[in-house]
Design a protein around this ligand. Structure first.
Ligand code: PLP
Length: 458
């Protein structure tokens, strides 16, 4: 069909991330017009179940009246103020207090950013400052993992462990190291148990630290469950093993809870589900359920105290964003957390988890699916050319994107991460809606299988 007026204007004026831009000229974009509950509707009137919560963020779905009211009220009262120097605003104070209350580890202070990338960037600066304050100026390298996703600013993209975020940008920058990805299905050696694999991951981390020198390494950053890298759920005992190695070498652990925070895995924090004990935490996305942009860095007392004690010699905290602590975003953060608590959203997630598990297991039986993995209400299906050997498709075939397009034509939005199809529905989804989402997912996979079996692939 010919492109609509909006689609044509879109392609003429917008630079879209993560898309071969030339292709959009023929396919057009899906211009979304409105949303309600777990549904979004494009400007041509087609409805979709938003099975990805947008970008893993709209946990409360769309058009929540309480969120809308909170936004209007804050807009009327104080639409903008900052927290630089000796200025502040009530929503920022209240949200910081709430985050301290629900944090999985002792947190003393909260620093607000506008995004998850900025939160992770800030984490690195904090770790560097902290080590300068402690008289350890060489302890500056940050360990991340292959397939990690931590954002796209120069430092966050460097921490990211996906070649697509490095290629063409001369990244990663110095001081960033990548250790192994804890994905047993893909990186386990033939016959290797999960326990043996975990021990190998820990040994590989230890080897890296010893090779580089422990006194050169400040921190390791990790998503409890890797998101954009393919929804990688580490084996049981992984974080215990990793943390033991880090503790030996006085390397702090930063939890990137940008996707996993606020109930996604069935607990407030992914750290709780995965037995992580981080020193500091990055949050964003479901912090406001995506009703406004906001990120947060949560730090314990000693990180804060480093600034207090050393600002005379190292300088004051000269780091802050114009929109960090934006009153609209913070008011929406306060309201989102209040709703998570009052409506028992995490209890709801837990009640849905057996349904999600049952349907993911069924997805795992599909002929195209090598592994179906899940944790709480986030999961993924890794599509393979051969189930027995786990052989992947030639990426040039674009099987994942084709499958997600077919799923979309069936009225469900899921996300292709290469040939892995991710699913991360709004946490408020009902059981019936969740089943409907999976029905559409399965139909799209059947159609993808039919397409694959025409034999036209490389
Ligand atoms: N960290 C994780 C785990 C993420 O999934 C993302 C975004 O998807 C980010 C950081 C970056 O967040 P933002 O896109 O808000 O900069």
């Amino acid at each position: 069909p010919p492109l609509t007026n909006l689609q044509t204007r879109d392609i003429e004026s917008l630079l879209h991330p993560y898309t071969p831009i030339h292709q959009l000229k023929s396919t057009g974009t899906v211009v979304m017009g409105r949303g309600k509950g777990v549904y979004v509707y494009d400007t041509q009137g087609r409805g979709y179940i938003e099975g990805m919560s947008g970008l893993w963020c709209a946990g409360l779905g769309f058009g929540d009246e309480e969120m809308i009211e909170a936004a209007i009220e804050q807009m009327r009262t104080l639409p903008y103020y900052h927290i630089f120097g000796a200025k502040s605003s009530e929503p920022a104070i209240e949200l910081a207090e709430k985050l301290k209350e629900i944090a999985p580890v002792p947190i003393s202070k909260v620093f607000f950013t506008s995004s998850g990338s900025e939160a992770n960037d800030t984490q690195v600066k904090l770790a560097w400052y902290m080590n300068n304050a402690m008289g350890r100026p060489n302890k500056k390298k940050i360990i991340s993992r292959i397939k990690a996703y931590h954002g796209v600013t120069v430092m966050a993209a460097s921490l990211t462990g996906l070649p697509s975020n490095h290629n063409g940008w001369d990244l990663p920058v110095d001081r960033v190291l990548h250790t192994d990805c804890p994905h047993h299905y893909r990186f386990g050696i033939e016959g290797e148990s999960e326990a043996e694999f975990t021990a190998r991951m820990a040994k590989s981390l230890r080897d890296l630290i010893e090779r580089e020198g422990p006194d050169t390494i400040a921190a390791m950053i990790a998503e409890p469950v890797m998101g954009a890298g393919g929804v990688v759920i580490p084996p049981k005992g992984y974080y215990e093993a990793i943390q033991a190695v880090l503790a030996e070498h006085d390397i702090m652990l930063i939890a990137d809870e940008v996707i996993t925070g606020f109930g996604r895995t069935g607990n407030w924090w992914g750290s709780q589900t995965l037995n992580m004990r981080p020193k500091t935490i990055s949050a964003a996305k479901q912090l406001t359920s995506a009703y406004a942009p906001l990120g947060a860095v949560m730090v314990p007392e000693d990180v804060y105290q480093a600034y207090v004690d050393h600002s005379a010699t190292l300088g004051t905290f000269a780091h802050g964003f114009t929109y960090g602590g934006h009153p609209l975003s913070c008011a929406l953060g306060v309201k989102a957390i209040e709703i998570y608590q009052r409506r028992d959203i995490i209890g709801h997630v837990r009640r849905l988890m057996p349904v999600f598990e049952r349907r993911m297991k069924k997805i795992g039986e599909h002929p195209l699916v090598g592994e179906a993995r899940y944790c709480g209400l986030v999961g993924a299906a890794e599509l393979v050319a051969d189930k027995a050997s786990k052989r992947s498709f030639d990426p040039r075939n674009g099987v994942g994107p084709k499958a997600s397009k077919l799923i979309e034509e069936n009225g469900a939005i899921l996300r292709a991460l290469g040939d892995t199809i991710a699913i991360c529905p709004p946490m408020i989804i009902s059981e019936a809606e969740l089943n409907e989402l999976f029905d559409r997912f399965e139909t799209g996979l059947d159609q993808a299988e039919a397409w694959v079996s025409t034999g036209a692939l490389r």
